[in-house]
Design a protein around this ligand. Sequence first.
Ligand code: FCB
Length: 486
Amino acid sequence: MEIPLSTASRPPTGSLRGAFPEGFMFGTATSAFQIEGATTEKESGRKPSVWDTFAKEEAGRETGGVNEEGKKFYNDLIDELKANGYASTSTQLTCYHKVYYNAILYAGIEPFVCLFHWDFPQALEDEYGGFMPHRSCHHDPPVVKDFVDYADFCFRTYGDRVKHWITICGPWSYAYSGYGVGTFAPGRGYSLSENQQLLEMSVFPASRHFSLLRLNTRSSFDLDLGDPGREPYTLPNGEVGEIGIILQQMWPIPYSQSKEDQGAAQRAKDFMLGWFMEPLIFGDYPKSMKALVGRRLPKFTPQESRMIKGTYDFIALNYYTANYSVNAPDHSHGKPHVARDSQDHETSWIHEYPEGLLDYLLYVKNKYNDPKIYIAENGIDQYDDPESPLPLWEALSDYKRVSYYNKHLSILKTAIDKYGVKVKGYFTWSLLDNFEWNSSLPPRYGHFYVDYNDNLKRYPKLSAEWFKTHLQKPLPFPPSWTRDEK
Ligand code: FCB
């Protein structure tokens, strides 16, 4: 969601807003499963998702949870709706979300809504195996149909107040980790049975479903837009909505200048970003994937391929870190590897490398038709061992996060001003400390500290104050905007 601009006049140049083009959006992101909790139907009417099941089975953990304040708001509203004759749970939930969006809009914040951030309904996983290959593989697999229905419902119901839609966040993570190595829900693939066959069978068809789902969701979006009888995406002021997808890439840097290592870095891009980007841009998977995966990679029909091209208004990108890429022909899954030069602890996968963001943006601009871009997630974790927790004051002093953001914003500005990359907004990960998927030692990513031992009480960290102040006011030290990037 976007952070409101509280004054009408243009903020000074030395401030964050003043340094970026007019209309550039600043925001922060969260995802439902990671913060909302309410795992029982009794509590919320919400039925379990694959992550409820997976988190409990794998690690005996539950979601981030709701605090008392949030629960009270929710319960009061539901009681009021009931008192006014809104009997069904789904109507109550719909009203709740409408009120929620109203509150956000009233505060001057513009919501960006992501329809799917990995919490796939467990009931549908049980019914037809989620994104798994299906008998009707070539024509509207059930997951694609269901998703389109769901998206259509959201567009019609909330389209008068939500202008920016995202179909899926990080399909690479869900496909690779959920269906390839099984370290994420729904835990299929390699880890399920150690059966390489299953790995090979599920991950690629699953990914095809993600692409089809985009195609169809987009078609329904356009269709509804073009139908004068129902124009759910037209806002009261006549503006129409936009729709995109969140893709991700850990930026691969060739370990040496050898042709082999450069080839490895290119493959790393093809197998992460290209896997989902190229169907959208070129209507097909990257060449290297087709060559290496061979017949295990499903094909798009010529019609699908034609139709899938250009099914986006913007591309949203996640960027956290960079990695070295080495050509390793003998590499097999699970071989030891070294992660160094990280932060001051060994659990993080984030190696601070802002320059990677510029290379990433230039790569997307040049290779993929210069799309409109949002940075959907950018952030860094903070280690906090539950066995020996950080003192509150230390957790709140997240100066490393401030420095991380400062450097990335500086590079982002270079990408826009010097290279003309069409980045229109920047979102940090994350608003609150939250449930970090399969991480055994939950890291803290938030601008707000959440006290898990005291009713999820929240405290603003330095980074929250930093953004709040310097979006409008000049930064206290000379910003690095002017620095040449290399
Ligand atoms: C992103 C996920 C988000 C969070 C961050 C750390 O890839 O989308 O939910 O896990 O990583």
